[in-house]
Design a protein around this ligand. Structure first.
Ligand code: SF4
Length: 357
């Protein structure tokens, strides 16, 4: 099976990794998934959602004593060898005793990722994004509410040294302040940049006053401003806070960001499987690509505990069609994940669009 086909199958169907403690721990990552390295790619594969139990995919060890190689199997048949990225830095603690893994995690093969502010102004309101789980990991004690810039710098130094991390993703819950969390992202990015020089990606909701984005200019290399869906009715249903922002405001925020950070350095998550049509995703992605914005198309990830936990991701066939169509658009517009300096687009574990380019 071609690597890109296997990746979309795994992203949509998930894989059972029961009994593979080593693989599971090493691959622990965002949104109840595991980081799988296979072929020439990396995938953030659902391993804990309900539908995983019906997936034809499983991971097993090849040797009898369990210390051998890991193999992805489809209905018991050997498909590919898989590795799990190691994250030695995640075993350390700060001087105050905060475990590094509560401050930041390894995402994909070589990206250090964290949510700088783990609370969101919309969480306890009807405006909350139904696919989001930002405060769940806080409640479970897996992370801390606010990561101190000094601690982030310390963790980044260790991640670079011990695990060869090459870039950083910073996201944030939306704050009640007009900057929407951008100022704290800038402060955090500055500390990491000064300590490590690593390229940094920051994600945020577009602020009303777009000049607030300029605060990231000297510390951040790429940004993500996520529209999630181009179907405004769908958005109203699943992410009211985002639906209340006029689409034109997203366009203006993307344009301003492309002016600041450059072509292919701005991205937007586009979630497939929220009830939208293929055309909405393809047309919307075309618009993004024409602006120089990378459409980071992902299948819906029904995170356990989130309001969409009982949903199912779209089928691999549907994702295949969308990725093929959009990859052609990317080609025509001269867009590529390879040009992107940091963050989700460079990591590519959650989307197979880069694999279709
Ligand atoms: S694509 Fe983004 S969210 Fe997904 S694993 Fe990579 S850095 Fe994390």
């Amino acid at each position: 099976m071609e690597t890109k086909n296997l990746k979309i199958e795994l992203l949509s169907l998930g894989a059972r990794v029961s009994g593979l403690d080593k693989g599971r721990k090493a691959g622990a990552g965002p949104a109840a998934g595991g980081m799988f390295l296979f072929g020439n790619t990396v995938a953030n594969v659902p391993t804990q959602s309900w539908f995983v139990s019906t997936s034809p995919y499983s991971v097993e060890t090849e040797s009898e004593n369990g210390d051998g190689r890991y193999i992805i199997k489809r209905n018991g048949e050997r498909i590919a060898e898989v590795r799990f990225p190691s994250a030695k830095f995640q075993e350390l603690k700060t001087r105050e005793g905060i475990p590094y893994h509560k401050i930041a995690l390894l995402h994909g093969a070589d990206c250090l990722a964290t949510t700088t502010i783990q609370t969101c102004v919309y969480w306890n309101t009807p405006k909350r994004c139904k696919f989001c789980a930002i405060e769940l990991s806080l409640k479970s004690g897996a992370t801390i509410a606010r990561k101190r810039p000094d601690d982030l710098a310390e963790v980044a130094i260790a991640a670079k040294k011990l695990d060869h991390v090459t870039h950083v993703t910073l996201t944030t819950g939306t704050t009640a302040t007009p900057d929407k969390g951008i100022n704290y992202l800038a402060e955090s990015a500055r500390a990491i940049k000064e300590a490590t020089g690593l390229p940094i990606h920051a994600q945020f909701e577009p602020p009303k006053e777009l000049s607030k984005i300029d605060a990231l200019y000297d510390s951040v290399d790429t940004v993500g401003i996520h529209v999630e869906s181009f179907d405004r009715e769908v958005l109203k249903e699943v992410a009211l806070c985002k639906a209340e922002i006029p689409f034109q405001h997203y366009i203006d925020a993307w344009k301003r960001s492309v002016d600041i950070f450059g072509d292919c350095q701005v991205s937007s998550y586009v979630i497939a499987g929220l009830g939208e049509s293929n055309e909405s995703i393809i047309e919307g992605s075309k618009l993004l690509a024409e602006l120089g914005v990378y459409p980071f198309i992902v299948p819906l990830r029904p995170i356990p505990g989130s309001m969409l936990e009982k949903e199912k991701p779209p089928s691999p066939d549907r994702m295949y069609y969308i990725y093929e169509e959009v990859a052609e658009i990317m080609h025509d517009e001269g867009m590529s994940w390879r040009k992107n300096k940091a963050g989700c687009v460079r990591c590519r574990a959650c989307s197979a669009l880069p694999d279709f380019e």
